[in-house]
Ligand binder design. Sequence first.
Ligand code: 4LM
Length: 397
Amino acid sequence: TSRRNRQPGLSTRAIHLGYDPATENGALTPPIYMTSTYAFETAEQGSELFRGERKGYIYGRTKNPTQTILEERIASLEGGETAIALGSGMAAISGTMLSLLDAGDEVVIDHTLYGNAYAYFTQALPRWGISVKLADFTRPETLEAALGPKTKLVYFETPANPNLRVIDIAAVAAIAHAHGAEVVVDNTFATPILQRPLEHGADIVLHSATKYIGGHGDVLAGLVVGRAETLQKVRQTGLRWVTGATLSPFNCFLLLRGLKTLELRVERHSSSAMKVARLLEGHAKVASVSYPGLESFAEHEIAKRQMSGFGGLISFELDGGMAEGMALMNRLELVTRAVSLGDAETLIQHPASMTHAIYSAEEREKHGISDGLLRLSVGLENVDDILDDLERALDSL
Ligand SMILES: C/C=C(/N=C/c1c(COP(=O)(O)O)cnc(C)c1O)C(=O)O
């Protein structure tokens, strides 16, 4: 397309969209509005704001000018109408579900989710009369079978935490929409740089912005993107009085800062992860490697079609299973033993006893989360240093 009518790129929008320094004394970076409440010029204007007859700010729990810029930017990057920032990824999930679901509703979830998301759906929602069914979303026929007349929405992650399973968003959306169910996708692992679920038919996309979007291991946050009408419900109920899980203006500033380099960082995470995956795939001590960029990866074809890169997460297992996996983790010197992901630091963790310990052993077995599985978040260090640390530790086993 000619230069004139092309939409600005992802990084250009992440750096500039929704903020004009001229409106803030020329300040190049958006001010942090550290205020919990806003003065009304007149009593009538206050009442009009509450009635929604006037645009403006009332109170920090649901809106803040720094937060507004962040919400406009992430909505643009994901290709959605509007977005909401919340206090964590779990707040984004619970704020959305508790706004959209009522007792008696059903949801269908993929069987591989982040541990606490899995617990939320299988242990929390049923307490409020919302029934949850599981299906293997990589096999659409099992999803079809799980959908019923009361299914309000389907929920999944792709790539999924922790084994990187890739799900065909468009295929799932076609089946869900045929049954009148909405599609909610957790896009934490890929980020809008590598995939935009709304473009494939999803209705809502959400993030643990704690990860790649913050990108520096220094903020916990969640983001939800979708149609204005749906998100209004999430803001006015899920955020405002169901969870009250407000994100601080300072943390909105940290996410705005992270967004500026998101594309750059995701490209580096991905290129380094490809090299690390190749090293692991070729090492005698490694029994299996799951990385969407490997030809050997089960859903490599879908990943190639659906994603513009393969991300920074790798999961793998050693011949010696869990015991050898724990030994490997303890012998690493640069790679850091820690949960979370998407940080500048390369992190390694053991899902079965850490992020997915909340699954029962049989659930883990059934859902492809083996006891020996390790999950590696490849960071931004010079890749040769990451490779050397892994190879030296592996060779020493
Ligand atoms: C320690 C946390 C990890 N993950 C979290 C997470 C959340 C929940 O996001 P908050 O942690 O509440 O921001 C939501 N969605 C996905 C795909 C996630 O991986 C972890 O796996 O290492």
